[in-house]
Design a protein. Sequence first.
Length: 386
Amino acid sequence: MKVLFILIQKEVKKMIETGIITFHCADNVGAVLQVYALQQALRKLNVESEIIDFRPEFLIIPYDDKIYWINSIKKIGLLRTIKRNIIKFLHIPSIRKRISAFNNFRDKNLIISKSLYLTEEELKTNPPVYKYYISGSDQVWNPNFFTQTGDPYFLDFAPENSIKISYAASIADKVAPDLNDRFKNNIGRFNHISIREKEHLDILKELTNKSIIITLDPTLLLEKSDFANVLIEPEIEYKYILVYDLQINEELIKLANKISREKGYKVISFSDFCNYDEWIKSFQYEGPGEFLGYVEKAELVLSTSFHGVAFSIIYNKSFYTIPHTARGSRMIELLTSIGLDDRIIYKADELKNIGYEIDYKNSLKMLQIRKTESINFLINALDIEN
């Protein structure tokens, strides 16, 4: 019996030939749900994968109050830390609730490597071994990030003979000229390259002759039924607008208040910034499952976040977006590509007649074309036989 168990263990380990490196450790709804979606999409292709448990300090600090306070006290002292963060101090119980919710989601729903890596050096010293390595999705190629972490998200630790893939990798920001050579050397090691934003295609094509395609954010590879097992339904009886104000925007507040007056809806927002006339609560300190529940049950979604838009589409919700001032291009590109660019606004007063219904029929057809292209990229990159 013991021998049989060992053989089964070896067979399971053998099945996991694909490792994913991304921002799974960030307590951010988009970061966690996109990697959940990628693992589920791969599973539908009969590919078992695990997430490489790389947790660089810059990703953990913003979400872990204990590490944040220790580092802050070291830098500026206890008294200045308390003065500067008095509001955050009052929210410590809520922050810990959020950390717990995200950790529970990861423990239950993500397949993560047993080995933990905190630095690039640790990854290079004892690299996890797979046949295929996927970097992405999320802002894994953002120059503001990799200048802090080194080049693990460019798979510099992976064996030379392995297959290296980027899936919907995002650069998200301008690449300074002095980083061009580093970018060129890093993307040179990839066998298959896909990125999320079209705006960066020309930049990368100047640095490599390799084929580069645009693929969908992994969340959009799934249907709403694929999230049913992780969705937590809110116990709410009243009708509400869900406002995903990851970036607080006065025009979004004006629009939410306008709709509240017109329809009598309450407001649930990400921020606990209470300038909403009918504000009820914040979901900032809840987990990914709760977020999905709030989207599914909302009458309408207003968002400055890409994933607020993505899940509005997945759940076929009426929505409007005011694009994020720094990273709004991805929303604009997505919505334009599927004929929903009329849901993009910049001023609340522009919207004379609020559309409370969206006919998704044609948009979903266009989305399906992009979905097929994205899945075909994975099939080709992972040598999956039809």
